[in-house]
Design a protein around this ligand. Structure first.
Ligand code: T3D
Length: 262
């Protein structure tokens, strides 16, 4: 992989966006490689948590705008609809529907579709110097890569539109205050906090976590009856797992549970 670094450690797979010279701007190769890397996460049972982070001083600044220069100058309109359908949408859909917990490790600025990638993860831990910029409105576009869905769910309708329309930079403290982050930590603690959280998730009863994720996601579409029924179905399946039996045994034996993700 030329645009990604991939590392495994005790059930945690870390994908690092690796074009630091352009702040990890997304080019054609990166979307191709991300698609393959996320497919591999989905089919590898040993991966029980995914961390997405960036190399260098940025998390990701979205589409590589420099690659749009020739089309803009030639006056040929960009076919963004096709580009989104072919490149970005599959990546975002894969990320948002993975069964494993996903954590964005936001090591620096996140802009445009780069911020969308962070929003498509389940949890977000940022370094306290990170900034967030929608950026789309500044180039005459609307937020994409599911940002029009993930953002209002986290911050509500009006604030989502304020962010989309004004594109003002948001700092990590503001992002934490409005629910865009789970934690904002100092640079010297960032790696340690990210590793501890991802290791903890990977060592959990991960089939139960996956079912909780599906149920929470479904709550945005279901009515109450539908949601109660879905919970009942999922709990029926969770109750059949080895990790459920281990959790109960560990409780009764007053010892820490050893979950295996089965
Ligand atoms: O294509 C499609 O299919 C449509 C999909 C679109 C999805 C999108 O993501 S659209 C939005 C694209 N992103 C942006 O417009 C962000 C543009 N960048 C910025 O606004 C700022 O760079 C930042 C706020 C992100 C960071 O500011 P700062 O001051 O920390 O850094 P900087 O000095 O502006 O940038 C440093 C370098 O990175 C600079 O390169 P240079 O001039 O020193 O050679 C800059 O051009 C480059 N860079 C930053 N963002 C991008 C980029 N290069 C390519 N693409 C970028 N998006």
């Amino acid at each position: 992989m030329s645009t990604l670094l991939i590392q495994d450690s005790a059930g945690v797979r870390t994908i690092t966006l690796n074009r630091p010279e352009s702040l990890n701007a997304v080019n054609e190769e990166m979307t191709t490689e991300l698609t393959a890397a996320l497919k591999d996460v989905a089919k590898t049972p040993a991966v029980r948590c995914l961390v997405l982070t960036g190399a260098g001083r940025a998390f990701c600044v979205g589409q590589d705008v420099k690659s749009l220069k020739s089309q803009t100058e030639s006056g040929t309109p960009m076919d963004f609809a096709s580009a989104l359908r072919r490149r970005y949408n599959p990546v975002v859909k894969q990320l948002m529907t993975l069964d494993v917990p996903t954590v964005a490790g936001i090591n620096g600025v996140a802009a445009g579709a780069g911020w969308s990638l962070a929003l498509a993860c389940d949890l977000r831990i940022a370094v306290d110097t990170a900034t967030f910029v929608s950026a789309f409105a500044k180039i005459g576009l609307l937020p994409d890569s599911a940002m029009t869905m993930t953002l209002p769910r986290l911050v509500g309708y009006s604030r989502a539109l304020e962010i989309a329309w004004l594109s003002d930079p948001i700092n990590a403290q503001q992002a934490l205050a409005i629910g865009l982050l789970n934690q904002a930590v100092t640079a010297d603690r960032f790696g340690e906090v990210l590793s501890a959280l991802s290791a903890r998730l990977a060592a959990s009863a991960t089939r139960g976590l996956a079912m909780a994720k599906r149920a929470v996601a479904a709550s945005f579409y279901n009515d109450l009856d539908g949601q109660l029924e879905y919970e009942a179905q999922l709990q029926g399946a969770a109750g059949q797992t080895a990790d459920h039996r281990e959790g109960v045994a560990a409780f009764l034996e007053k010892r820490p549970a050893q979950f295996t993700g089965r």
